[in-house]
Write a protein that binds this ligand. Structure first.
Ligand code: ASP
Ligand code: MG
Length: 426
């Protein structure tokens, strides 16, 4: 017997027919004698619809009221799943964010989990009742409804798994695991059996959309075993002790797994891309101490996340060009802020380009292998793909390229790092 938290994303619960499918998977886990809590997203597209209503009602919407509106999508699916389980003869009930409660702090619309009172939840699970919990929502210190940022149901699930000390948190989605890259771009992409928290964290932050980044850091911090798997399977659930998806594990566990098998550690585990990037160039910035601080401080204060930064050597003495990237959705704001400070910073011109993409290679093996970046640059150069900016971490190399070349770059790199499967996937 195990204690399992299962989470189902928006496509898995889009409509009553799919909810029935989900209920079947949940029922099978419970019937196998496991204690089960289920976390659900809103139906696919529902949160976008609700966000639009808020914009229509009041473009300068109050985030506290926005939370009241957008949290409702998850409430609907939680109730529907509990009803469907009951119709199948299962004992089930819903627990809303404020009923547990899921205590959160900081900003509305982007709240963080502080603590979860799991006592009632655990005793209900022990009594054989399936607990159904709407993801994404919590309650603030002053008793108001909060939401945890887009994609936040993953974080809800991991937080609940940590709170009830679950043996595993199974995240059901529309793909059957974490692939070496997007299988829609590379037919020979391979599903990974295991990925480390660190790799998943880097992959999630550079555009792999399988899990919300925050959920991965929480899982890593609390040591929650997470599995990513598909809800689009033939009837019923896999037995609790088989792991059909991708397990996200610690580095130590990964080392032990590799030691006990004859598979070699790959240098690169995954290749991700992100087209939601925009490039900003400020020309003829005075080359003096404090100039870059004057550029980036206001952006930071405005909550705009700057990613890649390049400062070119000045062509003319005393001046330099500064290039950096921001999320495309923040470009207009960044541009306005900088125009505002033009005289103070003393640059000449702002040039922007949103037709750029970031392609990243990630892998723990980079820690012990030299030449990973060189392989990347060579493979791209051979195809005539120009690199506009570069950033690195201990286990990641990212390049900024022309958006039109994204798919080509991903394919070329997948082959260059020897990741292609023998036969096409699917
Ligand atoms: N429904 C929310 C969203 O779309 C939360 C989630 O599904 O994770 O962002
Ligand atoms: Mg999601």
């Amino acid at each position: 017997m195990a204690r399992i938290v299962m989470k189902f994303g928006g496509t898995s619960v889009a409509g009553t027919e799919r909810i029935r499918r989900v209920a079947n998977i949940v029922r099978a886990q419970a019937a196998a004698g496991n204690e089960v809590a289920v976390v659900v997203s809103a139906m696919a597209g529902e949160t976008d619809r609700l966000v639009n209503f808020c914009r229509e009602a009041n473009p300068l919407y109050d985030p506290a009221e926005y939370d009241v509106v957008v949290s409702s999508g998850e409430q609907v699916t939680a109730g529907l799943l509990a009803l469907t389980l009951q119709a199948m003869g299962c004992k089930a009930r819903s627990w809303l964010g404020w009923q547990l409660p899921v205590n959160t702090f900081s900003a509305h619309a982007n709240a963080r989990v502080d603590s979860i009172d799991a006592e009632k939840l655990i005793s209900s699970m022990q009594a054989g009742e399936i607990a159904v919990i709407p993801g994404f929502q919590g309650v603030s210190e002053d008793g108001r409804i909060t939401t945890m940022g887009r994609g936040g149901s993953d974080t809800s699930a991991v937080a609940i798994a940590a709170a009830v000390k679950a043996d595993r948190c199974d995240i059901y989605t529309d793909v059957d695991g974490v692939y070496t890259t997007d299988p829609r771009i590379v037919a020979r992409a391979r599903k990974q059996k295991y990925v480390t928290y660190e790799e998943m964290l880097e992959l999630a932050s550079v555009g792999a959309k399988v899990l919300q980044t925050r959920s991965v850091s929480l899982a890593m911090k609390r040591g929650v075993r997470v599995q990513v798997l598909s809800s689009f399977v033939d009837d019923g659930a896999p037995p609790a002790d088989t792991l059909p998806g991708t397990m996200i594990v610690s580095e130590e566990e990964m080392d032990a797994i590799l030691e006990n098998s004859d598979v070699e550690r790959q240098t690169v585990t995954g290749i991700a891309h992100d087209k939601n990037e925009a490039r900003v160039v400020l020309t003829r910035v005075p080359d003096r101490p404090g100039a870059v601080a004057e550029i980036f401080l206001p952006l930071g204060e405005a909550g705009i996340n700057v990613d890649m930064i390049i400062q070119n050597v000045g062509r003319d003495k005393g001046e330099t060009d500064v290039t950096f990237t921001v999320p495309q959705s923040d470009l207009a704001r960044a541009q306005a802020l900088l125009e505002d400070k033009k005289d103070k910073i003393g640059f000449n011109r702002i040039i922007t380009d949103s037709k750029v993409a970031k392609v990243s290679v990630v892998g723990m093996g980079m820690k012990s292998h030299a030449g990973v970046a060189a392989t990347m640059f060579k493979a791209l150069a051979d195809r005539g793909i120009n690199v506009q900016a570069i950033s690195t971490s201990e286990i990641k190399v990212s390049v900024l390229i022309d958006e039109d070349e994204t798919e080509l770059a991903v394919r070329v790199l997948h082959t260059a790092y020897g990741l292609d499967a023998e036969a096409p996937a699917g």
